[in-house]
Design a protein around this ligand. Structure first.
Ligand code: ATP
Length: 329
């Protein structure tokens, strides 16, 4: 893709801290030299008030056209009988792979310096299929669905990612059919070491020694839980980026939710969404722009002068954003 191309991106600021962190990230992306045309949409409660729908038809159409979105957190209305908006979007566009790199930023005093993990989470199946019903009053049955097709394609994604990025080791966390499919795919990738760990043991191992892992391949729910755990290893939820990837469509979003406790106060850390945007730039082959933002982010963290509260600083969202912009020159 040429550096001068204008990228059309569906932008979903979301709610809670979403609009603040999205505004910050858009300002920074606009300063990279890469060109963007943003198609901005509300989703969730805000969209419901305006359009009477949690996910407006025009938003679906925009993603359908652009095959690319940058998304802030969107809270799912509780008790409305509506499936999670995040899950709905991932399913609708068959974004079966959730990629979550976990690395330290400089300047942060974390318990584990030098962590370099990649979480590959299956994104469409497991408990998230939303099949739940009340068998008799007081007894709810929830169905976890694992398919051969879904398990094989996520395993293949993980191995191909490992091969492309020179990662050496995949640890598969789970059981049953998912495990069998991963074993089969592993045979096609002899250069990648493959191993299996049980989920409960892995949580303990990650806390004792995260350096023994490289790439983690997980079912949907396990992936969600382990992602938060791993975000904690490198400084918390304000930092961890994510990409939802399908065959020909991608939605980039942070691991964290809408954090209503700190919304609207100019204190949220935009780093997680910014690092998701760096993943987006790399996906678009905007390598120079991605490197520029990455370097500026590392400079700001290394200097420690303009960090947000969640990572031990005193700066607000705006001050942090301006520091990154200044570091980009
Ligand atoms: P969800 O269930 O929607 O995924 P969650 O349970 O993971 O959400 P979050 O809303 O992501 O919860 O956040 C948990 C807490 O972490 C928040 O209350 C907030 O204090 C902190 N937090 C999350 N994201 C950020 C951020 N970007 N900057 C600063 N603090 C954050």
């Amino acid at each position: 893709m040429s550096e001068s191309k204008t990228h059309k991106v569906t932008l979903i600021p979301g709610d809670g801290i979403g609009p603040e962190v999205t505004q910050s990230v858009v300002r920074i992306l606009e300063a990279t030299g890469a060109k963007f045309e943003w198609e901005r949409f509300a989703a969730g409660a805000e969209a419901f008030e305006i359009h009477g729908e949690y996910i407006p038809a025009a938003l679906y159409e925009s993603i359908e056209r652009n095959r690319l979105a940058l998304k802030g957190p969107v809270t799912t209305p509780i008790g409305g009988g509506f499936k999670s908006i995040n899950v709905t979007l991932r399913k609708k566009f068959d974004l079966f792979a959730n990629l979550r790199p976990i690395r330290n930023l400089p300047g942060l005093d974390t318990k584990y310096p030098g962590v370099d993990l990649v979480i590959v989470r299956e994104n469409t199946e497991g408990e998230y299929v939303g099949l739940e019903h009340e068998v008799v009053p007081g007894v709810v049955e929830s169905i976890k669905v694992i398919t051969e097709k879904g398990s094989t394609r996520i395993a293949r994604f993980a191995f191909e990612y490992a091969r492309k990025h020179g990662r050496k080791k995949i640890m598969k966390l789970s059981d049953g059919l998912f495990l069998r499919c991963a074993r089969q795919v592993a045979e096609e990738f002899p250069e990648v070491t493959y191993g299996e760990h049980l989920i409960d043991n892995t949580c303990m191992q990650l806390v004792m020694n995260p350096f023994q892992y490289d790439t983690l391949l997980l079912e949907n729910l396990y992936g969600d839980i382990v992602s938060d755990l791993c975000a904690g290893l490198v400084g918390g939820l304000g930092l961890a980026p994510g990409a939802n990837l399908g065959v020909n469509c991608a939605i980039f979003e942070a691991v964290h939710g809408s954090a209503p406790d700190i919304a609207g106060k100019d204190v949220a850390n935009p780093t997680a969404l910014l690092q998701s945007a760096i993943l987006m730039l790399r996906y678009l082959d905007e390598t120079a722009a991605a490197d520029k933002v990455q370097k500026a982010l590392e400079t700001v963290y290394g200097e420690r002068r303009s960090l947000t509260r969640d990572v031990g600083g005193t700066a607000g969202t705006t001050q942090f954003t301006e520091a990154v912009l200044a570091a980009m020159g």
